[in-house]
Design a protein around this ligand. Structure first.
Ligand code: GA4
Length: 335
């Protein structure tokens, strides 16, 4: 689960740390047990791997092939699908406030009409091939996100277990799909790959939390994703193209648990690998006009609401007005 060289020790200055094992949840287990495991993972790390998620490998590989096909095109063709405004093709620039990373990407609004429109520039020779791969993939990962959200709510004993999945299934949901392509960070010689300090330095996508409700991500078999865990440690996630990686977003931290779940900080590094890393991340979001406030069960006299109510539109605007690594939730704290 945890990638380290040599495992399981990581070097941080002079100290040697035992890296924590990131949680894995087998979704085919008994529902009540799975719900408890998900709640535990969401409140300890805010990140977990899911296996036996029910999404067929063909759905994932079709999307991956279409994505790789696009990224393999010449720059002038890719640029026709950009610039990212925030939707469309972007290269190195992330957001609008000067963040950069060693990554090229496509950000897609998940509405079928928007996907169809974007497909015209992403795969101009066969746009329906792209739109059908993306449509199938989005429907599949949306189901995974909704299933997990329902189990989180059940595990917490919420009265309306579908309160969150309803927002994701809403026709006006603001969910987005991101396709990321990270070039490898090639070291000068194979021998320099061993414990090369610079191998830690190329940042594909800098440290941040996801503003949305929940993120469901998969990647090819190239490493690079790291999550920030308690004790100020970055833990590398072993790639597993058959699994999904799920993380709690800012809105879920606020709205489902009034701060109990952790919107996990994570980043992507460019690693010394034989090929680029491809990741595909679905960010499950509510409709823009949805008001975000904690489930009533999560607010008690001894634990009053930590954040003031806000709309997703307001939160999104705040996110885009700040830098990637800035703490946006602080703006909405009650004290
Ligand atoms: C992080 C999560 C998603 O990738 C994303 C990103 C968005 C962007 O790249 O356009 C943001 C970033 C993300 C958080 C803060 C703002 C917005 C770049 C940025 C500096 C699509 C999202 O929704 O928020």
């Amino acid at each position: 689960m945890v990638v380290a060289s040599p495992p399981p020790l990581a070097r941080t200055g002079e100290k040697k740390l035992l890296l924590p094992k990131l949680p894995t949840v087998d979704l085919s287990g008994p529902r009540a047990d799975v719900a408890q495991q998900i709640v535990k993972a969401a409140e300890t790390v805010g990140f977990f791997k899911v296996t036996h998620h029910g999404v067929g490998p063909a759905t994932v590989s079709r999307m991956a092939q279409e994505s790789l096909g696009f990224f393999a095109r010449p720059d002038h063709e890719k640029k026709r699908a950009g610039p990212a405004d925030p939707f469309g093709y972007g290269c190195r620039n992330i957001g609008f406030n000067g963040d950069v990373g060693e990554v090229e990407y496509v950000l897609l609004n998940t509405h079928p009409g928007s996907i169809a429109q974007r497909s015209l520039t992403i795969n101009s020779t066969d746009p329906t091939k792209f739109s059908s791969a993306a449509g199938g993939y989005i429907e599949a990962v949306k189901e995974v996100a909704c299933e997990i959200l329902d189990m989180m709510a059940e595990g917490l004993g919420a009265t309306d277990a579908e309160a969150f999945s309803k927002l994701i299934r809403d026709v006006d949901s603001d969910s987005v799909l991101r396709l990321n392509h990270y070039p490898p960070f090639l070291l000068p010689s194979p021998s320099s790959a061993v414990d090369h300090p610079a191998a830690e330095l190329k940042v594909g996508f800098g440290a941040h939390t996801d503003p949305q409700i929940l993120t469901v991500l998969t990647s090819n078999d190239v490493a690079g994703l790291q999550v920030h865990v308690d004790g100020d440690v970055w833990v590398s996630v072993a790639p597993d193209p058959t699994a999904f990686f799920v993380n709690v977003g800012d809105v879920l931290q606020v709205a489902m648990t009034n701060g109990r779940f952790v919107s996990v900080k994570h980043r992507a590094l460019n690693v010394n690998a034989a090929k680029p890393r491809l990741s595909m991340a679905y960010f499950a979001a509510p409709p823009l006009n949805c008001t975000i406030s904690p489930l009533p069960e999560m607010v008690t006299p001894s634990r009053p609401s930590l954040y003031r109510a806000f709309t997703w539109a307001e939160y999104k605007k705040a996110s885009y007005s700040l830098r990637l690594g800035d703490s946006r939730l602080d703006l909405f704290k009650t004290q």
